[in-house]
Design a protein around this ligand. Structure first.
Ligand code: 5AD
Ligand code: SF4
Length: 425
């Protein structure tokens, strides 16, 4: 989501005459696209903003913009201005298209702009934002913005506002033109794609619409929510060759008590039911997840339930997080766990998931997989890298002429999450 937003920011800047530069010291304009989902992300961005203070001193004409969900939090705009008076413009998430005008205004008048839209007054979706795509063979396409779920740990609904679904015809037109431009993989994006709803048009209709577009390409989507995950989506994946056998289904916790406190609105039993259905109908499907440890009041038993779920489901990979209190969310007001407990639990969880990922990687050895080549391997000359349909990274010998092509590769070895192989066509 944030990567795609950065592509939009770059697109807006390109439209008013800026181009990317590889050294920050040479930049005339620096745009920070912020994230506030966890404390670590926020601290990092504050550090990064602080790091450029000297550049502004040496080059007073440098324009500095801070954009994104961090600035949508109450009071943050003011405290950013106070802490870093050299910032020229602060914008939120849904008004990023105003960045172009703001920068032009600053260029001409050296005026500071500060804009922040309250999340309950999010403007209509802007459809004409230019995009400077950086993701190679894959193109991200938003199908919706915002979130209505209010998981008690999460800041997203507070900073990105309520769900807004994009018009189906606009989504389909964007996908068609991306495929015409040569993109080979489309990833549909939303905080909760299963609740996409535009005047009765549902997510499954969008999937069906996109798969019918001519040409060889792969279709992915993220993120799915277990409370809304629709069996019909599994059936559509099964019946459509171009939808990847890959589902990202964040579970967050394996404890029913914690899931309830998180306001996730499903139980571990319901989660297992979905996994069983996916495994039964799509045996090759890669299932990935987001898992959190250290939610307030999480006991040893709750954590044991999470480990147990991870052992039973055997995710092909998972993003693992330490719970981080976010101001204004209900969980932040609950009694917090000691940092040492969180640290010990995340280490245990990461070790378990790494072991599972490694075991599942070994199951690929000897198989022939169709790989969409994404890029040359920057660490190993003469090699390229791409992904299986299930989302596994595969490296094999080849040149940059293969980028964007589908190639059959026989898997020979595995190293934790990554696979290595040779062409087999
Ligand atoms: N602390 C830690 N992880 C969080 N996530 C969301 N909010 C928090 C938080 N306060 C994680 C969830 C979500 C992923 C995108 O980020 O696991 O699925
Ligand atoms: Fe946050 Fe929950 Fe919405 Fe995901 S579904 S963005 S975790 S509130």
């Amino acid at each position: 989501m944030n990567v795609h937003e950065s592509e939009k920011l770059a697109g807006i800047m390109e439209k008013i005459g800026y181009s990317a530069c590889s050294e920050v010291e040479k930049a005339d304009l620096i745009v920070f696209n912020t994230c506030c989902i966890r404390d670590t992300a926020e601290k990092k961005i504050l550090g990064n903003i602080g790091d450029i203070k000297h550049l502004k001193k040496g080059k007073p004409s440098l324009i500095v913009a801070v954009v994104g969900c961090m600035t949508q939090q109450e009071g943050i705009g003011e405290s950013l201005k106070e802490k870093f008076p050299f910032i020229n413009v602060i914008l939120g998430t849904s008004n990023i298209s105003e960045l172009g005008e703001a920068v032009k205004e600053i260029e001409s008048k050296r005026k500071k702009t500060y804009k922040n839209i309250p999340t309950d007054q999010m403007p209509d979706i802007e459809e004409d934002v230019p995009v400077y795509r950086t993701s190679g063979t894959n193109a991200w396409v938003n199908i919706m913005y915002g979130c209505n779920n209010f998981c008690t740990y999460c800041i997203v609904p507070h900073v990105r506002g309520r769900e807004r679904s994009r018009r189906p015809d606009v989504i389909l037109d964007e996908v068609k033109s991306l495929l015409d431009e040569g993109y080979k993989e489309i990833t549909l994006l939303g905080q909760n794609v299963d609740s996409y709803n535009y005047e009765g048009v549902k997510f499954k209709d969008i999937l069906e619409g996109v798969t019918k577009i001519d040409g060889k390409f792969r279709l992915r989507f993220m993120t799915s929510h277990p409370k809304d995950f629709d069996s019909e989506v599994i059936d559509i994946i099964r019946s459509c060759d171009n939808i990847c056998n890959n589902v990202h289904l964040p579970v967050q916790s394996g404890s029913n008590r914690v899931l309830k406190l998180m306001n996730r609105k499903y139980t571990r039993e319901k989660y297992f039911d979905i996994i069983s259905e996916i495994r039964e109908k799509l045996p090759e499907c890669g299932i990935t997840s987001d898992i959190m440890v250290g939610f307030p009041t999480e006991t040893d038993e709750d954590f044991a339930d999470t480990l147990d779920l991870v052992k039973k489901v055997r995710f092909s990979n998972a993003f693992t997080f330490v719970y981080s209190p976010r101001k204004g969310t209900p969980a932040a007001a609950m009694e917090q766990l000691p940092a040492a407990v969180k640290k010990q639990r995340i280490t245990e969880l990461v070790n378990l998931q790494n072991a599972i990922t490694k075991e599942l990687s070994e199951e690929y050895i000897g198989k022939v997989e169709e790989i969409l080549v994404e890029d040359v391997n920057l660490k190993k000359a003469g090699y390229v890298m791409g992904r299986t349909e299930s989302g596994r990274l595969v490296n094999f010998k080849g040149g940059d002429d293969l980028v964007g092509q589908f190639v059959n590769v026989k898997i020979n070895t595995s190293k934790s999450a990554a696979l290595w192989g040779e062409r087999n066509d």
